[in-house]
Design a protein around this ligand. Sequence first.
Ligand code: A2P
Length: 311
Amino acid sequence: MQLAPPTQPVTGKVVENVPCLNGKSSSFIRHISIDVTGTPLEGNFRAGQAFGIVPPGIDARGRSEKVRLYSISSPSRGEDGEGKVLSTTCKRALEELDLPGEEDSTLEHQLFTGKCSNYLCNLQVGDEVQVTGPAGKRFLIPQDPEQHDYLFLATGTGIAPFRGMLMDLLDSPASPVSSEIHLVMGAPYTTDLLYHDYFVQLARRHPNFHYHTVVSREIQPDGTKGGYIHHYLDRQIQLHEQLLKQDRTLMYMCGLAGMQLGVFKMLAARGLGDPFIKIKDDYLDVEPADWDSKSIRRNVRPTHRCMLEVY
Ligand code: A2P
């Protein structure tokens, strides 16, 4: 049950809206903090959950805009330490589309600007915003965090829940935990690494936290492209031994659905899948190299040690 359900949004106030990219990028991604003091959400959200935003206005069918969910990027105690301010990481949805023109068989290009992401990114400090939630009960850090080690895998804004979880695990009055924690962040360019300075600092302060970056479109010192997260994991043989083969490790993935396919295929091909994925009997004969995103949805399920938030 959401404390503020989609039918009964409550009013929050924007207290911060800043870019969270690593320098000058061609993307527009912002860290937005919302004060929910006095609403049912105050003190009642956890890192890994989502909250809803209801943009103003009406949709193309003339109805009130529907709620959109955003991952919470603040720690469970909020940005303020008292559970009053939650935050998210929002990328402006911008896309150039070719649409049928007035004349048959002609195409006209148009810039599509996502309604809610641009509304949210445009909000100024002091603006009011309609919020709902919190939502989600599985993509969470367990109650006994010290009992586990962690592999966090993110692409793009999929980093949001991991910022909050890392703050809970390493940077809160009740922490730090002694668990081994690896964060692997995938981005197209170095400038798209979100909250980069914070993670670099965190890794300096905590030897048990390891920050890995995988930059897909830039050429590496050895002349090859950075590739995707599963390519990187495949190369990190020492991580297989230290992390993937032991009983304590929990894996969390947040970001593009393609990452789930790539990582599942890699785990199965390397014989590392058992703790994290359960393959249906009649799919066991299919070579992991032949798996595709449609069939894995039906035939390969995450176990209780694998948490997924992919889109
Ligand atoms: P690329 O765009 O070079 O194909 P963002 O959300 O900021 O665009 O970042 C998403 C990142 O995830 C990019 O580096 C993107 O690479 C990468 N990516 C795209 N497809 C996959 C996939 N199937 N598995 C893992 N990473 C992916």
